[in-house]
Design a protein around this ligand. Structure first.
Ligand SMILES: C[S@@+](CC[C@H](N)C(=O)[O-])C[C@H]1O[C@@H](n2cnc3c(N)ncnc32)[C@H](O)[C@@H]1O
Length: 228
């Protein structure tokens, strides 16, 4: 993506922030926020030097999954990227409740962050239930695209994992089509019978639960980046 402008589609302002959300944003955000920008490198190893490996979650929603992962692996560093402030306040609440030291947050369009991260700087990237953008004319807004996959590949270490889930079959097909054009990525079923079988190493997310309640079948697409 040569010329990229920040563009966040969909809702920009949710409900007014509650008092506790405002407190978290005022008190905790300044020490936990990382800033991505065009032409600026955001190197996890330099910004979070005390951790052993790094995971990025794009579109973390309320932050519950990211906080759960961070609690499981306290010596591993986690970066969450989410443009919507209510979700960020949710993550800050989870960080406070679990007294997590290993999470940082980027409040931005993930495509800006992807361009800022150095080559081979991440061990895992989670993209769980991203906005599907159903209409064909909106498909270019999808966070998985031929352009973003180049950056996702570049910033992952060899042996690193790209972990995606969606309960929109058309988007699952779209993701698999894009990944099939990238020989460095191999689908890794991790002992599962198919992509429809849920991996057991993360908790059900908020959007995933909505899909389950509505009777939708999710696809869980875990790809491992191969070496040359
Ligand atoms: C359908 S929700 C899923 C949230 C969460 N992962 C879950 O499973 O409950 C999609 C999330 O992606 C976020 N999002 C949308 N566009 C984004 C972008 N360009 N960069 C990063 N996150 C984005 C939304 O704000 C929202 O939190």
């Amino acid at each position: 993506m040569t010329q990229l402008h920040r563009k966040i589609w969909g809702r920009k302002i949710a409900r007014p922030l509650k008092i506790n959300q405002k407190r978290l944003l005022e008190e905790d955000l300044p020490r936990l926020q990382l800033h991505a920008d065009f032409g600026k490198s955001l190197n996890p190893q330099e910004l979070m030097p005390d951790f052993n490996g790094y995971t990025l979650e794009i579109g973390f929603g309320g932050g519950e999954h990211l906080a759960w992962q961070a609690q499981q692996s306290p010596i591993h560093g986690f970066i969450g990227c989410e443009p919507f402030i209510t979700g960020v306040a949710g993550l800050l609440g989870c960080i406070e409740d679990a007294e997590l030291e290993n999470v940082r947050v980027v409040i931005d369009d993930a495509r800006v962050l992807l361009q800022s991260l150095p080559d081979a700087s991440l061990d895992r990237i989670f993209i769980l239930f991203p906005d599907p953008w159903h209409k064909k004319r909106h498909h270019k807004r999808r966070i998985i695209s031929d352009e973003t996959i180049a950056d996702l590949s570049r910033i992952l270490k060899i042996g690193g994992e790209l972990i995606m889930a969606t309960d929109i079959q058309d988007y699952a097909n779209w993701m698999q089509d894009i990944l099939s054009k990238r020989p460095e990525f191999l689908l890794n079923l991790q002992g599962r019978e198919s992509v429809y079988q849920r991996p057991d190493h993360w908790p059900i997310t908020r959007y995933e639960q909505k899909g389950i309640n509505a009777g939708r079948q999710a696809s869980y697409l875990v790809y491992r980046k191969q070496g040359n």
